[in-house]
Design a protein around this ligand. Structure first.
Ligand code: G6Q
Length: 555
């Protein structure tokens, strides 16, 4: 039998070195590290244009970073990055490229997939989007009754929803004031009903966004939306009020949407990496083609940085390696993303998909069980709201939650006093997590506030903060299309880098399939006139029986 390859040996050595190094870092407290090194911030922060990534509050030393860089080299990060940027089939289980970087390429260099330059297609589709978005925005896309379209309803789910809806909120101040852009994703009929409430069908355009054009939720919502429109304006109106975004033109045609109203993307664009493609159409209609171009510019700037910057100066690589350190060597199983920016309130939801659908895997690229934990549970909400909610656990719960804090230095509104309070709160949270407050300090603070000694003694354990809880702070000047493009691309490349180190394919998502299959069997069993499934497990059978019995009783 063949032994491990030299590359595998090098990787194991790098991993073992980090395990050994953990023993040297474990006793260190961030409080002491800051006291011992006045240059710690400078040493452990990176910049790119106006982006500042401060990771000095991570539990790392210079040696930690050097060992993590060796791990990245040993995993052949440079080779895998080249493969992704060269259009190779890095999505091995689906035998396709993951080539979202081509969607935002601003260079004249060809971008080849299977020997073919895709840039003419990419630019052509972007040009069609610009033309269409421009007409809608100018009121030059009349509905069937001649009235201009003023409402746009995007129907899509997962990767065909989360990016556009997140970006639409983040860039709300760029949105055309005369357009109402809404998003429907959930099969829960309340979602579509709420979105249609108050809309005039004669001024409403539906964008049906689905790569496959077979997704149950999207196709059901699209059919109901179609019925709503046809009920008001007749069958002939569909052609003026529906456009599609899809990689499956045949299914789009069968739905009744013509080729002229269909915007294409390709099998090498993964759903959760598709915001940059025609999936971004509702966003482009809202913010306009120029702002959409800036979004692409921002992502491209980070693509270049990721490709060209050395490991030690590379922001997405640093974000990835710090995650690996926290997850695989310090034992964290969660990761929080806390934007201190109301516009970014859906960013955590977007990143939940990007990170967990990409790297929530337990086998490597070759189908072998992985030997170590992979993606942590990612979650978050905007600050400061979180400080009045779950952040208690971050400070005093048993397990540290590695956290990303994100904020713009300058707001878009003129309530500047608010923004300073926002920023001060965020910086204070990161400081409290890192430095903490020991029992003696807690006691002194209580006595100073007028409590008697006995009460201070009794409360001191409750008012102690262990500190040494890692966080990274990402500051940018302002939230605008260019910066949003950079932020998303940073996380995309972070996820890719972690996938390389964990040895997994971040571009498939087989884990969502089984639930879809089982839904097909359960759906008919919910009907009162169908046979209830007798071969279901007792919980499933019990839930189905309960639904049927409840429905059969009068209210
Ligand atoms: C994303 C996933 C998934 C997908 C949705 C919608 O990476 O593949 O979230 O985007 O299931 O799929 P369709 O676009 O095909 O409707």
């Amino acid at each position: 039998m063949d032994g491990p390859t030299p590359a595998a040996k090098r990787f194991d050595r790098a991993w073992t070195a980090l395990e050994q190094h953990r023993g040297r870092v474990s006793p260190l407290h961030l409080r002491d590290l800051f006291v011992g090194d006045p240059e710690r911030f400078q040493r452990f922060s990176l910049t790119h244009e106006d982006l500042l990534l401060d990771y000095s509050k991570q539990r790392v030393t210079t040696e930690t970073m050097a060992l993590l860089h060796e791990l990245a080299r040993a995993a052949d990060l440079a080779g895998w990055t080249d493969r992704m940027f060269s259009g190779e089939h890095v999505n091995m289980t689906e035998d396709r490229a993951a080539f979202h970087v081509a969607l935002r390429s601003r260079s004249t260099a060809p971008m080849l997939v299977d020997g073919r330059d895709v840039m003419a297609d990419v630019r052509g589709e972007l040009e069609r989007m610009r033309g269409f978005a421009g007409r809608v925005r100018a009121g030059e896309w009349p509905g069937a009754s001649g009235r201009p379209i003023r409402n746009v309803v995007n129907i899509g789910i997962g990767g065909s929803d989360l990016g556009p809806v997140m970006a639409d909120q983040a860039l709300a101040r760029w949105r055309h004031p005369g357009l109402d852009i809404r998003f429907v994703s959930n099969i829960d009929g309340a979602d579509l009903s709420d979105a249609l409430a108050g809309l005039d069908p004669a001024a409403t355009l539906f964008v049906v966004a689905s790569k496959t054009f077979t997704t149950q939720e999207t196709m059901t919502n699209a059919a109901s939306a179609r019925a709503w429109l046809v009920g008001a304006l007749g069958e002939a109106a569909v052609i003026r009020h529906f456009v599609a975004v899809s990689a499956n033109p045949q299914a789009v045609a069968a739905f009744g949407i013509g080729a002229d109203s269909t915007f294409a993307f390709w099998d090498w664009v993964g759903g959760r990496y598709s915001l940059w493609s025609a999936i971004g159409l509702p966003l482009m209609i809202g913010i306009g083609p120029e702002a959409f171009d800036r979004l692409l510019d921002g992502a491209h700037a980070i693509d270049r940085h990721f490709r060209d910057a050395p490991l030690g100066a590379n922001l997405p690589v640093a974000m990835a390696l710090l995650g690996i350190w926290n997850t695989n060597f310090l034992g964290a199983r969660t990761h929080a993303v806390l934007p201190y920016d109301q516009g970014l309130r859906r960013l955590p939801a977007y990143l939940q998909q990007l990170e967990m659908e990409s790297n929530g895997k337990s086998v490597d690229r070759y189908g072998r069980p992985v030997r170590h934990p992979t993606c942590p549970v990612v979650f978050g909400e905007p600050g400061t709201n979180i400080q009045h909610a779950f952040v208690q656990l971050f400070h005093q719960g048993p397990d540290p939650v590695p956290t990303d804090f994100l904020a713009p230095v300058e707001p878009h509104h003129d309530l500047t006093g608010h923004h300073d309070i926002l920023l001060a709160n965020m910086i204070a949270q990161a400081q409290a997590l890192a430095i903490g407050q020991d029992e003696a300090e807690a006691r002194v603070a209580m006595i100073a506030s007028g409590l008697d000694g006995a009460t201070a003694d009794r409360l001191a354990p409750h008012r102690t903060f262990p500190g040494n809880r890692p966080s990274t702070t990402l500051l940018f000047r302002r939230l605008d299309p260019y910066t949003l493009g950079r932020l998303i691309a940073l996380y995309e490349h972070k996820v890719f880098t972690q996938g390389v180190i964990w040895g997994i394919n971040p571009f498939d998502q087989w884990g969502v399939e089984l639930g879809k299959t089982l839904t097909k069997k359960i759906l008919p069993e919910l009907s009162l006139d169908a046979l209830a499934g007798s071969d279901q497990d007792s919980s499933t059978a019990g839930l189905i029986a309960h639904v049927r019995a409840t429905r059969s009783r009068p209210i």
